[in-house]
Ligand binder design. Structure first.
Ligand code: HEC
Length: 154
């Protein structure tokens, strides 16, 4: 019986959707997907930073090529970030910390990703040289913080 009621409701939703609301749902799904996509991209960057930090603190020993790949991975993610952030996602219902400024100041915002990329490549270039890496990582960290301070809500 319960199943029949559910099926009936679902049928009614589809019927109503053919008039309009289903479009709103499609927008919400698309926007939620876009938010999750850019968050995964950032999480990948964050994970790589964490592992590089672990090496710098002497908590894990990693071969030079691995360090280089981690830094190059950040550079690669930075290159794909503008496309990931471009959709304005006004219909998203999942939590996002991106503020409206991302899109109202798009040129400044998106222009920071090439800086992020350069800073990550600078880390890759000195992979394995701990003191040079420390300095380059400091610069890289500043690009994260500079953007987050301006474009993320707390
Ligand atoms: C050009 C701007 C910009 C730069 C540079 C940047 N980020 Fe982000 N980052 C953002 C924005 C905007 C969000 C919020 C995304 C959202 O919630 O929709 C974010 C979110 C994140 C998140 C949270 C993701 C989640 O699951 O909610 C992490 C982790 C992160 N960034 C790490 C980093 C690190 C580490 C760096 C530097 C190596 C960095 N970011 C550089 C703009 C930037």
């Amino acid at each position: 019986m319960k199943h029949l009621v559910t099926a009936g409701l679902f049928g009614a939703m589809i019927a109503a959707g053919s008039i309009m609301p289903i479009n709103a749902n499609a927008d919400e799904m698309m926007d939620n997907g876009a938010v999750q996509n850019r968050q995964m991209l950032m999480d990948g960057i964050g994970g790589a930073m964490g592992t590089l930090g672990c090496y710098l603190k002497g908590q894990c020993d990693l071969p030079d090529p691995v360090l280089r790949n981690l830094a190059n991975g950040i550079a690669f993610a930075a290159a794909s970030a503008p496309a990931a952030f471009e959709p304005q996602t006004t219909g998203a219902t999942v939590k996002t910390t991106a503020t409206e400024k991302v899109w109202t100041d798009w040129d400044d915002f998106s222009g920071r990703f090439p800086e992020l990329r350069e800073a990550a490549l600078a880390v890759a270039a000195v992979a394995g040289d701990k003191s040079a890496m420390g300095a380059a990582m400091g610069d890289l960290g500043k690009t994260c913080k500079g953007c987050h301070d301006t474009y993320r809500s707390k």
